[in-house]
Design a protein around this ligand. Structure first.
Ligand code: NDP
Length: 348
């Protein structure tokens, strides 16, 4: 395939890129990032990739009309576009617009760019959406609810805009309305590509991308680091065993590769969840498997892994059936991640 990958320097996209370049016959990928320094970071991760396997485009502002038009021009025409770029870091928020505009307009820009520039070569677009577009997060009674791809978060744009200082709400809305915008563009007359949407919950697992300081970790990894390792001690309070639905970053990256080719995936959305893991289970894995964690990760009540009664779950069977998606164990995810983050902390 000839693939355009947006947000290529991100946590999930770096794994997508790694897997794309690791195929027996590697694909040819154009990585889209926001600046030259990010081009350099991605290049450094894949020093042996040739310029035929990996080239770059810089799109500093994806909200600008025609933002992706130059990036979409290629001698070898693109047949796949993977759009991952979207604001995720809550601490970077300057208000609801910070999330909403780039997520929604950026998605529309890349899709309309395909229509303007690629003259029918693009066959499929894979969009990294989120469980944020599916779950209701307490807005309705979710007791024992099993979420499927038919569910949509009931959140409105008005509510997110009216609560300008609530980064969480703005993020949820940005993902929902970006995905809805993508479905709207896909249905327009003259569109010759189909859309595959992936809806992961919290993504955990080791990082590949360049991190200069622990304070720069992406949102989901930072949350894990802060709860289980950073400045923690064994007697600290462990987060309650609430709903913690997650997926391994390597597995969600793999789902993107499967989504490019699965014949029956076109114009469908997929919940992509490994399942629920409790804080206690994560702590137990870290303390048993990760050298150094035994002195820092809160002990809690080892072995008491019961999740809160009535918690909701996510049905990801469609991804297994249609994409042929498989998953690694929670032990592998959290042990690999814990080990890596402690080593990274030492090295920085
Ligand atoms: P990262 O923060 O590591 O990556 C986000 C990527 O989007 C980066 O390349 C970033 O570029 C780019 N980006 C952010 N804001 C903008 C903007 N305003 N304009 C252009 N590009 C921007 O996060 P993840 O890898 O976790 O996220 C990737 C995708 O996965 C996102 O769509 C996210 O919503 C989705 N997702 C992530 C989950 C998770 O738990 N991690 C869960 C569910 C979905 P730059 O480095 O220049 O800021």
């Amino acid at each position: 395939h000839r693939i355009l990958l947006t947000g290529a320097n991100g946590y999930i996209a770096s794994h997508i890129l790694f897997q794309l370049l690791s195929q027996p016959t590697p694909h040819s990928i154009r990585a889209v990032v926001r600046s030259q320094s990010k081009v350099d970071d991605v290049k450094a991760l894949f020093p042996s990739a040739s310029s035929k396997q990996l080239d770059f485009a810089i799109v500093p502002d994806m909200v600008k009309p025609g933002a992706f038009d130059e990036a979409l021009k290629s001698d070898t025409p693109f047949d796949i576009v993977i759009h991952t770029a979207s604001p995720c870091l809550y601490v970077a928020s300057t208000g609801a617009k910070h999330f909403l505009e780039p997520a929604i307009k950026g998605t529309i820009e890349v899709l309309e760019g395909i229509q303007r520039v690629t003259v029918g070569s693009v066959k499929r677009v894979v969009l990294t959406s989120s469980f944020a577009t599916v779950g209701a997060f307490g807005q309705v009674d979710e007791t024992n609810k099993v979420y499927t791809e038919a569910d949509w978060n009931p959140l409105t744009l008005d509510k997110a805009e009216a609560n300008d200082d609530d980064a969480g709400l703005a993020y949820l809305a940005s993902k929902k309305f970006a995905e809805l915008a993508a479905w709207e563009v896909q249905k327009r007359e003259g569109v010759r590509w189909d859309l595959v949407v992936l809806n992961p919950p919290m993504v955990y697992g080791p990082i590949l991308h360049k991190v200069n300081k622990m304070e720069e970790l992406n949102e989901s990894v930072a949350r894990f680091w802060n709860s289980f390792l950073k400045d923690r001690n064994t007697d600290a309070t462990l987060a309650p065993n609430e709903v913690d639905l997650y997926v391994d970053v390597r597995d969600i990256a793999h789902a993107h590769l499967l989504a490019m080719d699965a014949p029956n995936a076109g114009n469908q959305r997929f919940n992509t969840t490994a399942g629920a893991v409790t804080s206690q289970e994560i702590a137990d894995i870290l303390r048993a498997e990760v050298p150094g964690a035994v002195d820092r990760t809160p002990k809690g009540e080892p072995g008491k892994n019961t999740q809160a009664d009535g918690a909701y779950t996510i049905d990801s069977n469609k991804a297994r059936d249609v994409l042929g998606w498989t998953l690694r164990s929670a032990k592998e995810t959290f042990a690999d991640m814990g080990r890596q983050l402690l080593e990274l902390e030492k090295s920085l």
